[in-house]
Write a protein that binds this ligand. Structure first.
Ligand code: ACO
Length: 401
């Protein structure tokens, strides 16, 4: 019998870090988070300033290129993005292969992965021109694909992009417009949508971004890598949390029941967690959640929506932030806590919430993927493991098992 530790040789050492809580996987110049202070910077700029003064195209350019664009750079960038907003007409048929009641995130994983079959040239990741075109295509086509995932689920015809509209307006037009009537995009909704995109654009090495980097580290086609990121984002512990928050608030239903749910969240024998609370890195208020909360009030009042869920969410936040359990574990609201309420007010069904997150995060994924490919020290990601299975043993014939 062989001691399995010897299989790899006693001289090999590696760190054992489940969940990678203390492992830095790369160098990056894109995003900085100070989790204790609740600070988020993209290329050195505060997220609050970007949300207030920039639009999503500015932020996309910043993440991709490292600087905010000048007027002419921005115009050229917008032109490059709008040039790619259409998807190949054959994708129409691909969509039709999905079940009518398919979750739109399932459609996103499939359709974005399928783009790799349309852009096989993008697999030439050593060519900077191909890398840039793939980046532009991904950013440009995500709103079209996301809107079509929605249209498919409600049985309405697909709407084509209109390049006279800006990024957020175009997405709203493709989502809520119908061919039978002229759709007038509300400036309030478009600005709110754009801000939501900014707040979700990048967040350094989270699960989905790390997934994109790991998939891309083998030299895979970028469209397939982004599909892997979408799959990772889908889970309720990550991007799926905004959908889960709304479902949780609906389940709580009334202020009188908040204490019951807080009690459940603290009970170690109950798998229930307060959705939209807690973060791997932030041990303070998530700065994006603050902007989102403010935006939530503005959007609801401008739309004239009086949603009791907002009041419920604020009460829940207040009670949780006064509770010893949440205080001692430094559990604060994260970006997803308020986003669902805004999205609901804007008319999106809950199943679309994570899709919108994926749409916005695409620029972060692409910027991180590009940075990785362009890193001269880039190597394939290949973590080690602590083997806890059998040592070598003799083969057992079937009649002895
Ligand atoms: N409700 C109740 N308890 C919680 C919560 C919560 N939302 N989040 C963490 N805790 C507790 C854990 O039970 C754990 O307690 P213990 O120390 O007694 O074991 C402690 O706080 C630390 O939590 P971990 O799960 O170890 O922290 P981790 O960094 O692995 O997880 C995560 C972070 C996944 C975000 C977690 O806080 C969570 O599940 N939150 C709810 C889901 C959510 O909102 N996700 C969105 C994240 S933001 C984003 O992806 C955009």
């Amino acid at each position: 019998v062989v001691d399995v530790r010897k299989l790899y040789g006693d001289t090999e050492h590696f760190t054992f870090d489940p969940g990678f809580t203390s492992t830095g996987s790369c160098e990056s110049k894109i995003t900085y988070i100070d989790g204790d202070e609740g600070i988020l910077l993209h290329r050195g700029y505060r997220i609050e300033d970007l949300a207030e003064h920039s639009d999503f195209m500015d932020v996309s350019y910043l993440l991709l290129h490292g600087e905010l664009p000048s007027r002419s750079e921005k115009l050229a960038f917008e032109k490059a993005i709008t040039y790619h907003t259409m998807v190949h007409e054959q994708l129409n048929y691909f969509f039709r292969g999905f079940r009518r009641d398919a979750h739109p995130m399932a459609i996103m994983v499939g359709v974005v992965g399928a783009l790799s079959s349309f852009y096989h040239d993008s697999t030439d990741i050593g060519d900077p021109h191909q890398r840039m075109i793939a980046s532009h295509r991904l950013i440009a086509k995500m709103p079209t694909i996301a809107a079509w995932a929605y249209k498919y689920s409600v049985g309405q015809p697909f709407m084509y992009p209109r390049n006279s509209l800006n990024y957020a307006e175009n997405f709203l037009q493709m989502t809520f417009g119908v061919p039978a009537e002229e759709y007038k995009v509300s400036p309030t909704l478009a600005r709110a949508m754009d801000r939501i995109f900014i707040l979700h654009a990048d967040h350094e090495q989270n699960a989905s971004t790390s997934t994109v980097r790991i998939a891309g580290s083998s030299g895979a086609n970028p469209f397939a890598c982004i599909a892997a990121g979408i799959a990772s984002l889908w889970g309720p512990a990550h991007g799926g949390a905004n959908e889960a928050v709304l479902l949780m608030l609906q389940e709580i239903g009334h202020k009188d029941r908040i204490h019951e749910f807080i009690k459940r969240a603290k009970d170690k024998d109950d798998p229930f967690r307060l959705m939209g609370f807690g973060h791997r890195v932030y041990k303070n208020y998530d700065p994006r959640a603050k902007v989102m909360q403010k935006s939530c009030h503005e959007v609801l009042s401008e739309l004239g929506v009086d949603d009791p869920l907002l009041e419920l969410a604020m009460e829940l936040e207040k009670i949780a932030l006064e509770d010893d359990y949440f205080v001692s574990k430094k559990l604060f609201p994260n970006v997803d806590f308020y986003s669902g309420i805004i999205l609901k007010a804007m008319g999106f069904p809950t199943t679309m919430f994570t899709v919108l997150f994926a749409l916005a995060r695409t620029v972060g994924w692409v910027a991180q993927w590009k940075e990785m490919i362009e890193d001269p020290n880039q190597r394939i990601s290949r973590p080690r493991q602590l083997y806890t299975g059998y040592a070598e043993r003799p083969y057992k014939p079937i009649d002895k098992r």
